[in-house]
Design a protein around this ligand. Sequence first.
Ligand code: SAJ
Length: 434
Amino acid sequence: MNAPFDATAALGRKALAHPAPDHQVAVIGLGYIGLPTAAVLASYGWSVCGVDVSQKVVDTVNAGGVHIEERDLDKLVHDAITAQTLVASTEVPTASFYMIAVPTPLGPDNAPDISYVEAAARAIAPRILPGACVIVESTSPVGTTERVAAIIAEARPDLVVPSDGCDEEADIALAYCPERVLPGRIVNELVHNDRVIGGVTPACAERAAVLYTSFVKGDCLTTTARVAETVKLVENSFRDVNIAFANELSMIADVIGVDVWEVIRLANRHPRVNILQPGPGVGGHCIAVDPWFLVAGAPAAARLVRTAREVNDHKAVHTESKIRALLDAAPQGKVALLGLAFKPDIDDFRESPALEIAEALSHTHGNRILVVEPFTDELPPAFGGSGASLVTLDAALRQAEIVVVLVDHTAFKHLSPADLAGKLVFDTRGMLRR
Ligand code: SAJ
C-alpha cells in the first residue's frame, strides 16, 4: 500500500484505495511533461518510475528536487519521492503502463525527428510483458504510434502486437494520448483538461483509458491513434494560425499608421471576433514546431498552416529590424531588452523569439545591450563574448535610452510612464497599454 500523499488543494485527490501490485507506471522522459505527469500519477496512488537518459536529472528527482520551474511541481515531486510512490532511474523497468514523453524536435528542413520516441520504444521492448500498455504522449507526426508498434513487434516476435485492423487478440496495448497542458499551469491542467485517447485498436484505447480516468477529472474521449495524433497537431496549428493573424495585423498597422492594440481591442467588441495578441514572434517547443508536423504530412494541402508559421517566424525578424532602427536613432544609447523567455512568467527559453532577437543584437551591438530577465542568473552561452550584460530592471532603466518589452513578465508590469520618461520605448507585447 502506498503511503498517503498530501496533494495540493488545487490538484484534488482521487487516490486508488488499494493499489494492486500491477499499478506500476514507467514514464519515459522526465521533462516538462513527463516529470509533472509522473508526480501527479504518484499522487494518485500509482507506483511510478520516471526514466531519463540524464543521470543528473535522475539524481535531482531522487533527491526530491526538480530541474524545471513549474508552479506546484516542486512540492508534488518532493512529496512523491518522500512517500516512495515515485522513483527515478536511467533504466526502463517492467511496468503495467509505459508512457513515452520524450522530445520530438524538428530536423533539417522542418522535418519531424522522432528518433527519441523510437529509442524509447527500443528501450521498452525487452522489458514489456503481456498485458502491458504503451502510450505515446510526445507530440508526433501522424503514424508514429504505428511506428512504435512496428519497433516492438520487430524486437519481440514472441508477442502479438496490435496493428490497425488487427482482429487477433493482442498481447499488449498501444495508444496515443497527447498532452495538452499549458506551461505555467501544467499540474492543474494535467488533472482538469479533457483527454483524447487514441488506440491502435478500440481495445487499446479502453486499456489506456484505465490509466487516464484514474487521475483526470475532465472527460477522457476515445478514438483511433491516427485521429488522436492529428488532433494534437490541429490544436496547436489552430493557435499558430490565430497568432499569425494578430502578428500580421501588427505589421499591417505599422504600414497604415494605426495603433494595433487599439484596433484589436475595438474589433474584439464584435460578438464573434476574438483576435489574439501580437508579440515578437511565436516561441516554445509546441506552437512554433508542431504545425510543421502537419505540413510534413500533407505538404501541398497545408498552405495556410505553412504560411502562418512563416508569418510568425517573420515577425521576429521584423521586430529585430525595428530595434536596430531604434539603435541607429540613438547611436550612443544603450537598449534595455526586457525578457528572454518564450512567454511571461516561465523560465523556458526554448524557441524563444525574445532570446533569438537579443542574441542577434548582442553580437552586433555588444555592450549597448542590457538584458533584464528575472528567470535566469546568467546569460545563455550564446551571448558569450558579446559584451552584452544581464542587469536588474532598475539598473537597466538607469542606463538605457531605449527600452524594449520583449516578454510581459509580471515583474515588468509595474513600469510607469515616469520610469520611461525621455526614453525611446518599443513594447512588442502591448504590455504598457493594459
Ligand atoms: N502568443 C502570442 N500571442 C497570443 C498568445 C500566445 O504571441 O495571443 C505566443 C506566446 O508568447 C508564445 C507562443 O505564442 O511565444 C506560444 O504560447 P502559448 O501560450 O500559446 O502556448 P504554449 O506553447 O505555452 O502551449 C501550447 C498550448 N496549446 C494551445 O493553446 C492550443 C498547450 O495547451 C499545449 O499543451 C502546448 O502548446 C503543447 O505542449 O503542445
